[in-house]
Each structure stands twice: as structure tokens, then as C-alpha cells.
Design a protein around this ligand. Structure first.
Ligand code: ZN
Ligand code: ZN
Ligand code: FE
Length: 764
């Protein structure tokens, strides 16, 4: 006889782990019990030695699909003479925590039930089981039991209760278990909240879609705004009302077969679309061959596509029969709306109708966005399906709150070997997002029992998360506060997710990051590790006439480059976008540059991409972030095997290599004047930037002996630049570290801040 006490940590609650243990114990004829605690799952087993050993081995091998075992420990204890095996009451433990599962897309078994007319859950939108359904969005506290979720308002009917109590049922202890008799239900109302339709909500909603209406559809983590993606008028109307003139919209499609009719799909992309995370995947759009209207993603070659991930989506898509636009239910850059009243109030001017339900959402949760590049799935917006699963730290961390950057904000709370990077919070530009930020920090602190001792924040004094940190500082003298340079944080985040701690050459190319020297950085080469960094190279500084106005109007940036690098008298005629400009504005901009009025200096790579886009005649003003640079990328030849490059040079200033850009800008202008098409200029420019990165890394490597390069910063969302850089760095013999788990854009900054703050706090 043998008796063991086993403790399992990881994602082991809300994923069918206890029922799995129950069945496994019965299979092996073992006695004892299993229970959830706040920090783990505890198991007591006793029986024949061989059976106990097999039982332990199988826990790892055959655990449920959504479970992630991080640690399994066991110790022998004296047998207590148990008879039978049972699941016993959860035991909360003060200070302990356990990992919380993300929300998971509907599994195949549940999907089949929903479409089977014999099943009692036929056409039921809230069908779920221990392998699928809402998790994080409904949890108010741990341990994860129904009374601590927003399902507490629904008392299970006898049939559901029987499933819930039956260890051999696949809904055994499925906390959100529900059916049409006892569970949440749908309703369809107009913008005034008045019920509409013939009683069959899904059928009525589908008809509204076919009539070109816009619907706000309540999902897992908030409302999505939706309309027929093949109806150009409907899409235009949605754009106008949402104040989103051209930023691309995501599309939901019924099946992978339908996706393939509209987009090219690689095997890895297909796997990602069908994964339990079910993210939006940016796919190569078939353009003319696809019936999705151009207004969904104007001027772009990629289309954001996802498959249905709730029973409601499956039913709706099946009934509508065409792809639907599905975009966050908000106005422009506000956070996603989650409550029914809030949605009617905030989205009343956008949606014609509302598809509601009465299961509350506790946490706002956007759809995640991924790309597959170099055959690896990479998250560019991390939320549903991924958060709040932590990133593993290669060291034991202090308890840290890292507040993140301003755009695409996430924060990060760290303890032990876990970095809990929050779901995408959004652009911190308004009160609503700040409130969402603060509430979500409180939720994570509660769920993971983290009372921070160290607070990390970006150097930029105008960032709202920085102001939040400084307000904490003013109120609380007991905490340590660590300011972190933006690009150092980018590189550190790339190091962490690759488990690397030694110094690397960090290439941080992005739009904007505060340098600490009163200039704006963004084309940076750092020698960095988690403890510190040295700026060893950067793009030449040029003025940004009008500050942020130069971001919205890249033609101002062009004037900055020309004025600073080619001289104030350089002739502008023959340049398509600058030609028609108001001469009065040209004078104002020139004066801003000369007198250095509201013209901060920047070394930003993002601004250089913007400026080349404008010079090439693509666009002089933007209405979503990085639009000019993205449209430049879209025109490049993706498959070209070699290319001429524009000239550039390095000079050394105080141990730092500066890339001189005068020759590059002059050569681009020459090509434009020679009538070279924008696509050809773009291709040549992309190859130039990749060569610039390699040349810089080679020179830095010669000085330092470092052969590992980390690529980070939002500019690496440019897939062509990313590919060219990785390929040519590898050809040079460099090991190249890239992002997969957190975004290369500012959504990844909080992770890097947390790691840096941990070492800074330990150093003093
Ligand atoms: Zn299921
Ligand atoms: Zn029921
Ligand atoms: Fe950045």
C-alpha cells in the first residue's frame, strides 16, 4: 500500500482538472480525495503502490487539453483508510493564488450539440463544458467556483445540476454550465432598448444583417459592432458612426473553408484560426477574388479574420450566411463596452440594434490579434484566449507593478516566476480607458494576490500610466519607484520571453519613446540586458515640426527631414504631395524648424517610414496610427529576392554610431522625380532599412563581441522589414531574438519594465 499527498500548480482550475483526477483515480482503483485550494489542486490518494505510481505518471501525460501543469510535487504520508474517491470542498488559503484560464473557444462537442435538433441545448447560445467557454471574463475572485463568478445569478435546473454533479459527465463541475431552462438568454432590442423581432432572436438578427443594419453584439468580453462585410454601404455607415474612417476592421467567417475563399491560409495560420484561443489572424487577402468589400480594409493586402468562438457566433454565422465585420464596440479609441446599459448609452449612436444577453461580463476583454511570420504565431494584440495566463520569468521576481506605455497599453503584475501581463487595455487617451486600466489593475491584484512593492513606469512625463505611477508615489512612500526608458523596456521584454539574460544588441525601432535627453527616440541600437543599457547607435535626429502634428501629418515630417538634412532652400517642386500645400503653412513650418518652436528632435524609425511614404506620393496625412508606413509596406514587392538600396552612412559621435540620412532622403527624392513608381521606391527602401540594421549590428558586434540581436518596437509589425531583417541578420551569423508571446509594439513594454524594475530594486 502507498499513500501520497500531491500538489499540482499551473492552470488547473476551470479546465476540468478535478473531474479528470476523479476519473483517473477510479480507473486505477484508488481511494482519497481532490480539492481546489487558492493556490493549487491538492490530491490525496492511497492504494496499491503500482497503481499509485501509474496514477501520478498519467496526471502529466493525459491532463485535459486546457490544463497547463507548471509544477507537480508529492510526498508520502501514512494511509488513512479512505474508502472511495471524492471531490471535496474547495479550501481558500490566505495569500495563495493560482493561475486563471483565459476564455476558450467553443469545443467541437459543444458545437455539435448546438446544431443537433435532438439535443436539449439545440440552438442554445450559452452552451459550454469543462473544455470550453467563458472563464476569465466571469471570475470575480478565486477559488474558481460558481458563487464567485457572474453565473451565481443562475440557479442550475435539475438536468444541469445532474451533469454538474456527475464525475463522468463532461460538464462535471463546469462552473458556467447552463441550458435553455435555467441559463442566460438572448434578447434583441433597438437603439431605444425596445424589443424587436419575431421572438427568434438569432433569425431576426440575421435578417437585420441582411438588410444592411449595424448590430452591437454582446460577446465574451464586451460588445462587438457588426455588419455584413460584403455590403459596402453598411460598412461605410458603420465607419462614419464609429468615427473610424479607414482603420482596418476584422471579419468573422463561418468556417475555414470560407476563410480560404477570401484569403490565402498557410497550415500554421489554419491551426491558429482553429485553436482554442481562436484569435483574429491577419491573412493575405485574395483581393478581387473575395466578395468582402474593399471598405473593410482600404489599401491593405492583409485582412483580419476570425472564426466563431462562442455558440452565439456559430448560430449567427450559420443563419446569416455571409462574413460579418466584427469590431470592438466602442467609439474610436474608447475601451470596449461591456454592460447592457452602458452599451445602449455609448453605442446608441452607432448600432441600429442590440443583440443582448443577461450574463454579466466581469472583465473587459478584446479579441486577440496574431500574425504568422517565419512560421511562428506572434501576438500583436494580446487579450482573449491568452491573458491572464502569465509569461514565465527566468528569475524569482519581487512583487512588481509595471504601468506600461500610453498606446496599446498593457500593465504587468509580477511575482515569483510569473509575469501577469494584462489583456490589451487600449490607448490611454481618455477617462474611460484610465478607469478600465485602474479597475483591471485592481482585479489582477486580487486574483493573483499581488500587493506590489515596486512600481515601474515610462520616463515620458505626459503618459497617463506614468502620471498614475507618480500619483501613487505622491501618496505612498513605502513603495519603490523605478522609471524605465521606453526602448530599454522593449528590448527587455524580448529578452524575457526568450528566457535570455545576457547582454544583446537590441534593435528598438518604433514611433515614439521618451529618450530622457529631451529628444524623442525611436530608431535605437542598444547594448542591453535586464540590468541596464548603453545607446550605441541611432538614426540621425531631425525636427518634428509641430510635435504630434508631424505624426498626424507626415508631410510636416518630410519638411523636417528636407530642411534639416538638405537645407532650407531645397526645391520642393516635383514632389507630388508637397506641391499642392498651402504656401502659408510651408512658411509656418519652416519657421517652427528654424526657431525650434514646438519642434522636438527625433531619431524615430517610424517617422522615417512615414516620410518616405509621403515622398513616394502615398499619403501626406493619416487617420489611424502608422497608416502612411503601413500603406508604404503594402506597395512593396514582397517576393523580390534582391534589391538596390539607398545610400546612407555612419558617423561616430561620442562612442555612438549615428546613421546619416541626407543621402537616403536625396536619393528617394531623385527616384520620385525620375517617376519611379511608389512600389519600387518602397521595395528599395525596405531593403535599405534591413541593410542599415545589419550594418549597424555588424559594427557593434565588432566592438563588443556580442552575436545575439533582439528585435523589438512597433516598426517590426512591418512584416517585410521583419522578414528581411531576420533573414539578413541570420545570414551574418547572428542569433536573432523576436517576439511571439507579447507584442513587439507598446503592448509588450510593461513586461520589460517589470523585469528591469526587479533588478533595479535589487541593485540598491
Ligand atoms: Zn465544450
Ligand atoms: Zn439547466
Ligand atoms: Fe514603443
Amino acid at each position: 500500500m502507498k499513500s501520497l499527498r500531491i500538489t499540482v500548480r499551473g492552470v488547473v482550475q476551470g479546465v476540468g482538472f478535478r473531474p479528470f483526477i476523479y476519473r483517473l483515480a477510479h480507473e486505477h482503483g484508488l481511494a482519497g480525495w481532490v480539492r481546489n485550494t487558492s493556490g493549487s489542486v491538492e490530491i490525496h490518494v492511497e492504494g496499491e503502490e503500482l497503481s499509485v505510481d501509474r496514477f501520478v505518471a498519467e496526471i502529466r501525460i493525459s491532463s485535459p487539453p486546457m490544463a497547463k501543469i507548471e509544477e507537480l510535487t508529492s510526498s508520502s504520508i501514512p494511509p488513512t483508510g479512505y474508502v472511495g474517491f471524492e471531490i471535496v470542498e474547495s479550501r481558500p488559503e490566505p495569500g495563495q493564488y493560482q493561475l486563471v484560464s483565459p476564455d476558450i473557444a467553443t469545443c467541437e462537442a459543444c458545437r455539435q450539440e448546438v446544431f443537433s435538433s435532438e439535443d436539449r441545448r439545440y440552438r442554445y447560445s450559452f452552451t459550454n463544458c469543462t473544455n470550453c467557454g467563458p472563464r476569465f471574463t466571469i471570475i470575480e475572485d478565486i477559488p474558481y467556483d460558481r458563487p464567485l463568478t457572474t453565473m451565481k445569478h443562475f440557479a442550475m435546473c435539475p438536468d444541469c445540476r445532474r451533469e454538474y454533479d456527475d464525475p463522468l459527465d463532461r460538464r462535471f463541475h463546469a462552473q458556467p454550465n447552463a441550458c435553455p431552462v435555467c441559463g442566460p438568454c438572448l434578447s434583441l432590442v433597438d437603439a431605444q432598448g425596445v424589443p424587436v423581432g419575431d421572438g427568434d432572436v438569432i433569425r431576426s438578427a440575421a435578417k437585420l444583417f441582411r438588410d444592411g443594419k449595424t448590430l452591437a453584439v454582446k460577446g465574451l468580453g464586451g460588445f462587438l459592432l457588426s455588419c455584413d462585410a460584403t455590403d459596402a454601404e453598411a460598412v461605410k455607415k458603420l465607419r462614419e458612426r464609429k468615427h473610424r474612417p479607414s482603420k482596418p476592421l476584422a471579419v468573422m467567417m463561418t468556417s475555414i473553408a470560407e476563410v480560404k475563399r477570401h484569403c490565402r491560409v498557410s497550415p500554421e495560420e489554419e491551426r491558429l484560426l482553429l485553436s482554442p484561443q481562436s484569435p483574429i489572424v491577419l491573412l493575405m487577402w485574395r483581393g478581387e477574388e473575395s466578395s468582402i468589400c474593399a471598405e473593410v480594409a482600404p489599401n491593405l493586402k492583409y485582412l483580419g479574420v476570425m472564426l466563431p468562438y462562442t455558440p452565439l457566433h456559430h448560430l449567427l454565422m450559420n443563419e446569416v450566411g455571409c462574413p460579418l465585420v466584427m469590431t470592438s464596440g466602442n467609439l474610436s479609441e474608447e475601451p470596449i463596452a461591456k454592460d447592457n446599459d452602458e452599451a445602449l448609452r455609448r453605442l446608441g449612436g452607432i448600432a441600429d440594434f442590440f443583440l443582448l444577453h443577461n450574463r454579466d461580463i466581469y472583465a473587459k476583454y478584446d479579441d486577440s490579434v496574431c500574425i504568422v511570420e517565419k512560421d511562428i504565431p506572434r501576438v500583436v494584440r494580446r487579450a482573449r484566449g491568452y491573458a491572464p495566463y502569465p509569461i514565465a520569468l527566468p528569475f524569482d521576481s519581487r512583487r512588481i507593478l509595471a504601468c506600461g506605455a500610453e498606446e496599446k497599453n498593457t500593465f504587468c503584475l509580477a511575482r515569483d516566476r510569473h509575469a501577469f501581463v494584462s489583456q490589451h487595455i487600449g490607448d490611454m487617451e481618455n477617462e474611460e480607458t484610465l478607469e478600465h486600466f485602474e479597475k483591471t489593475i485592481e482585479l489582477y491584484k486580487k486574483l493573483f494576490r499581488i500587493e506590489p512593492e515596486v512600481v515601474a513606469y515610462d520616463l515620458h512625463p505626459e503618459y497617463l500610466p506614468t502620471k498614475y505611477a507618480l500619483e501613487l508615489k505622491a501618496k505612498n512612500s513605502g513603495l519603490r519607484f523605478v522609471p524605465v526608458q521606453h526602448h530599454h523596456a522593449h528590448i527587455a521584454s524580448c529578452l524575457i520571453e526568450n528566457g535570455v539574460q545576457q547582454p544583446v544588441i537590441g534593435v528598438a525601432f518604433d514611433g515614439t519613446g521618451y529618450g530622457g535627453d529631451r529628444t524623442i527616440w525611436g530608431g535605437e541600437l542598444l547594448v542591453a540586458d535586464l540590468k541596464g543599457f548603453r545607446r550605441v547607435g541611432h538614426l540621425e535626429h531631425v525636427p518634428m515640426p509641430g510635435g504630434t502634428a508631424a505624426i498626424r501629418k507626415p508631410y510636416r515630417m518630410v519638411l523636417g527631414y528636407i530642411h534639416a538634412l538638405l537645407g532650407p532652400d531645397f526645391p520642393l517642386h516635383g514632389l507630388p504631395i508637397l506641391g499642392p500645400l498651402d504656401p502659408g503653412e510651408l512658411v509656418v513650418v519652416a519657421r517652427q524648424i528654424e526657431r525650434r518652436v514646438n519642434s522636438p528632435l527625433t531619431s524615430s524609425a517610424g517617422r522615417l517610414f512615414d516620410a518616405v511614404s509621403t515622398l513616394a506620393g502615398i499619403r501626406g496625412e493619416i487617420d489611424y496610427e502608422a497608416q502612411a508606413a503601413i500603406e508604404l509596406e503594402m506597395l512593396a514587392d514582397q517576393d523580390q529576392k534582391a534589391s538596390a538600396v539607398y545610400p546612407f552612412s555612419f558617423v561616430e559621435e561620442a562612442g555612438c554610431r549615428v546613421v546619416r540620412l541626407a543621402d537616403l532622403i536625396a536619393a528617394v527624392i531623385d527616384d520620385v522625380k525620375q517617376g519611379m513608381p511608389a512600389g519600387a521606391i518602397s521595395t528599395k527602401f525596405h531593403w535599405t532599412m534591413a541593410k542599415m540594421i545589419v550594418d549597424m549590428c555588424r559594427a557593434i558586434s565588432r566592438d563588443t563581441g556580442i552575436k545575439v540581436v533582439a528585435l523589438s518596437g512597433g516598426v517590426f509589425q512591418n512584416r517585410l522589414l521583419f522578414r528581411l531583417s531576420v533573414d539578413s541578420l541570420r545570414q551574418e551569423g547572428f542569433e536573432v531574438l523576436t517576439h511571439r508571446l507579447v507584442p513587439c509594439n507598446d503592448g509588450g513594454v510593461s513586461l520589460g519594465q517589470a523585469a528591469i524594475a526587479n533588478f533595479a530594486a535589487s541593485a540598491t
